[in-house]
Ligand binder design. Structure first.
Ligand SMILES: *Cc1c(COP(=O)(O)O)cnc(C)c1O
Ligand SMILES: [Zn+2]
Length: 480
């Protein structure tokens, strides 16, 4: 037991967004047994946290930044705001959270015309933001297994690639009684993403179709069989992902009033969590004003954009059939968390004004161009990070981002997970369905300077002289 660990305990309840019914948080529940709608978790003793002012919490979280307690090193730095029913022994820390905020390279910022930063969530252990939510969901599972004395629990998820990588990682670290099964749309995750659950030893099952199809299968399993669902339908994941908001606020000295946060939207769990996190901090006086939140969607998977682009009063929710998208991790036509977005966006707008929540749409071409540009300026953006930059540029062109504002873009995964799309760009090899024509000036490929045979039958120095000569000729180097 570390003496840093908080004594405060809350009480968590599931709250249905459809009928408002509430259920105790000590059992696995994904949808409302009454009406089938999605749930959010609430700490019924949240009010007690208000006995302290905002300054108390700011100082506490700042102090915790130097903790040596494993349990509090990651997303649980903000323990009281996440799942304050867990005990120290339950918390699983694999290095998630506290990811760096990197200000845009000056040349890139000048080109975009708006000051901005990337928050590199690809620097999480499984190289995406999903680890934030998994750390919380798996810590809760440990807590639950301990209470229920379960001897075997099958964890399942459908995935566009990163959920399965994260779920398999945490399940394999914790080990018994947990066993991980992941369900993937065949051919719709990148080779790097596929290698992750395989390497963690999970059972990897594939089905034809797209993510939305796999999600339906997993929902049937979770409803009828004894499995633990780890998609963002699992409300414990949302709590963990709120940490993104807490970290942004802390990094900017708890003043987020001038920030515009850009978030790629797929299943819509992440943007839900980020809004929820900022609202909690606002309620406790930890931040005095809210930032503005911009959801970003590709025109090939844009149901949330379509909903919000209609004027209030005539909005109609309609899932869409997705088209191939380089923002593949967000290629979802029927986002499970849409009701959560609707609920939180309306609270957000009520607290911070109509322009505090918006959704922008980007083209596939813009996503790729933006990602390539970002990474040519020292960033490590994935395609979804490119999508955010494209979203910022469109928001700028539409006059949605004002002078004096500062954008923070969520690069939700590491560039390396999506290097196949970079290759397609450099080799002009996109299948027509993506609708992407690369800027050939940016194509970058390795150049073989000497044929394979050139190495044969020569000693190291002889070959080195020949190699150096070839490099000098290629670069036109001048002797000093
Ligand atoms: C899952 C994922 C998204 C989409 O997040 P949602 O919570 O589903 O909206 C975006 N980018 C990456 C890299 C992801 O893995
Ligand atoms: Zn209900």
């Amino acid at each position: 037991m570390s003496h840093d660990f908080p004594a405060y305990r809350g009480e968590m309840e599931y709250c249905c967004l459809g009928c408002g019914k509430r259920y105790p948080g000590d059992s696995l529940l994904y949808t409302c047994p009454e009406c089938g709608d999605v749930l959010l978790l609430e700490n019924t003793r949240f009010g007690e946290l208000k006995e302290h002012g905002g300054a108390y919490w700011r100082e506490l979280f700042d102090r915790r930044a130097s903790t040596r307690s494993n349990a509090l090193r990651g997303v649980f730095r903000y323990y009281e705001l996440l799942a304050p029913i867990l005990d120290e022994e339950d918390i699983c820390y694999l290095g998630e959270g506290i990811t760096p905020v990197i200000e845009a390279a000056p040349a890139l910022s000048a080109k975009v015309g708006v000051p901005f930063a990337y928050k590199n969530d690809g620097q999480n252990p499984s190289a995406s933001f999903k680890d934030r939510g998994m750390a919380c969901a798996f810590s809760y599972l440990k807590w639950l297994c301990r209470r229920q004395q379960w001897d075997e629990v099958l964890t399942v998820c459908a995935s566009t690639g990163d959920t399965s990588a994260a779920a398999a990682l945490y399940a394999s670290y914790i080990g018994a009684p947990l066993k991980s099964v992941v369900l993937l749309p065949h051919g719709k995750v990148t080779p790097q993403q596929l290698s992750q659950p395989l390497g963690s030893g999970a059972t990897v099952l594939e089905l034809p179709g797209v993510f939305d199809d796999c999600m339906k299968v997993v929902e049937i399993l979770a409803e009828k069989y004894r499995v633990a669902l780890l998609n963002s339908k699992n409300a414990w994941r949302i709590l963990g992902q709120e940490s993104f908001a807490y970290e942004v606020a802390q990094w900017y000295g708890w003043d987020v009033s001038k920030l515009c946060i850009f978030v790629p939207v797929g299943n819509a769990g992440n943007i839900t969590a980020i809004m929820s996190g900022f609202l909690k901090m606002h309620e406790l006086g930890i931040v005095e004003a809210l930032p503005r939140i911009f959801g970003v969607q590709s025109e090939h998977a844009d149901p949330v954009y379509r909903y919000y682009s209609a004027p209030e009063g005539s909005r109609e929710w309609k899932p869409v059939q997705v088209q191939p998208s380089v923002a593949q991790a967000a290629m979802i036509g029927n986002p499970v968390s849409f009701p959560r977005v609707r609920a939180l966006a309306s609270r957000f707008v009520k607290a911070a004004g109509e322009k505090a929540f918006q959704v922008v749409q980007v083209k596939e071409q813009q996503i790729m161009d933006a990602m390539i540009q970002a990474n040519r300026h020292g960033h490590i953006a994935c395609t979804q990070g490119g999508e955010c930059l494209a979203g910022l540029m469109n928001a700028r062109d539409l006059g949605l981002v004002g002078a004096g504002e500062h954008a923070v873009l969520d690069s939700t995964a590491h560039a390396l997970k999506f290097s196949g799309f970079q290759s397609m760009y450099f080799e002009n090899a996109f299948p027509p369905a993506y609708g992407i024509t690369p800027d050939t000036a940016l194509a970058n490929r390795p150049e073989l300077l000497l044929p394979e045979e050139a190495r044969q039958g020569k000693d190291v120095m002889e070959f080195a002289r020949e190699g150096a000569k070839a490099v000098v000729a290629r670069l036109g180097l001048v002797e000093k």
